[in-house]
Write a protein that binds this ligand. Sequence first.
Ligand SMILES: [Zn+2]
Length: 638
Amino acid sequence: MNNIEEIKSRIDIVDLVSETVKLRRTGKNYIGFCPFHSNTHTPAFVVFPETGTWRCFGECNEGGDIFRFIMKKEGWDFPETLRYLAQKAGITLEPLTPKKIEEDAYEEKLRSILEEALIFFKYHLLQTNNGKSALSYLTEKRMLTAKTIEVFELGYAPNGWEEGLKHFLQKGYSEKELFDCGLITKRSDKEGYYDRFRNRIIFPIRDAGQRLCGFGARALASDDMPKYLNSPQTLLFDKSAILYGLDKARKPIRAADQAIIVEGYFDVIGLHQSGSQNAVSPMGTALTPVQMRMLKRYTRKIILALDPDSAGEKATLKGLEVARDTMDHSDDFVFNPRGLIRSEARLDADIRVCSLPDEKDPDEIALDDPEKWRGIVEQAKPIITHVIDTLTAGKDLEDPKTKSEIASKVVPLIKDVPNAVERDAYRQQLARVLHVDEQALFSISEVQYVSRDRSRRRKAEAEPANLETIASSEKNKIYNLEKHIILLLLSKPDMIYDLDRYLKKNDLPSITSSDIESGDMQVIFSLTEESLRQVDKDADEYISANLPEGLNGLQEEIEQVIHDGTTQDRILDDLARTLLTLRKTKINDKISNLMSLTQSDEENKQFAAEPEMQKELMEAIKMRLVVEKAQSSPFIGD
Ligand SMILES: [Zn+2]
């Protein structure tokens, strides 16, 4: 994807235009008053989210994409607009230097190698003896028709270590090129390379613009691990930004005004063959915000079809924790309710979950009985209802500990729902299911925020929190927030720069030691700052060498907060959120203190009336607004 495509895929035109034009939804499109000509009677300005374009049907009679909109609105030229939108999309622009032109040409070359590889794989599936068992697996075991195999361009990677390698070297490609497009892997024991895909069914993966980016592959031998293997991350293949099947599902999704998310290649293909052509699949990860934005161009209704394993309690609990990157386990789908609820709100999407009966995969059900499949999709439930149902299934709901355990998991999710009406409905639903008074259930909600902190959550799991222990931990709220910030910073000290950039963007002051009140945490904060000012050692080396006695146990706690595979963005996001919560908590304390001064005795009343006090109160209130505004706008990782 080039910069411009990337920007268009990341910025939603409805969001962008809504910054200046009040838009109203009509069917699939949005209308409003044209910002470019004066008219207050007929809304003649239409935004088409599907194509990412707008048009004024009135006086102006012109239209365009997001670039055209900003250029016209701001009167900027293209480079200026590009810089602006790139920054908005969080993309670093590389100037079109000779080097960049060369890189683009190299990408194109890699893509043409992939296209040739696809021909090689198709040939091996359809025209070699070795491909026969693969072909019969597809037609007999998976019940796929010749037409489907052709439409999805399925192939077979022969069972040898160097079949592909030799073939492509003969064609004149270099080992480097083959490696860079993910077709071969470096040998670990000696010099040289071997084929990445061997004795596997091959699924070409195309982006929404139908360009080939990489391959997915399923083992044919039952002892071949992993069962599913993708292309590695390459210049062309970034699996967090691609949905398998979207090239074919785009139009059907639009037509059905609904997208179905399944967990695997065969699900997408089987559903397609059975007549449900609006299915796509992420590749072994939870649905990412980038993928959601891609889908939202076609529909806002998204249905997750989770197989019983993923939808089961174990996976649901896993999903309630920090979503992990599962790069290396491509068949390990992560269901991440918290992330989904946030994205759902931010993108104004409608996400539902349907779970499948009988340990069957979507393709099996749909190929066997398309009507039954449609029935299952119609039964899809909102995410929180699904989580409540899953957590309560088979549990003794009279047991107070069970109740409190379930509440501690669901309450924070409900808190993330921004729509007050919906939130209320979920609160009532949870209270009803648990037979608990709604007030009691949600008086603990403030503290629940802190329990996003993993170390605390772990504790809560080991020893189910009851309402009493939650209440007593309120006292530690500030300390816990500060400690969480420090642990995150210790894990990567120079993230403080990213944090400051984020704060600046939101008109908030930089983080300083005055943000941290607890003495021990303040010491470590100052040490972190020092570590960045010195140049003799790596920052973390410097910190661990200078940690005061009694504080060195923190290193282990970092590992409880941050896991292997936790992405940089996610840590930064956590850091920013926690700092905002901390600041808001302190400002609220300050405001209520200043307010109470005016209500106490005569002496204090006078004091409170002092102009400085009034000024301080006003400033605190203003600062709280800035913090709240930042809290309600998109965070880093979203
Ligand atoms: Zn107009």
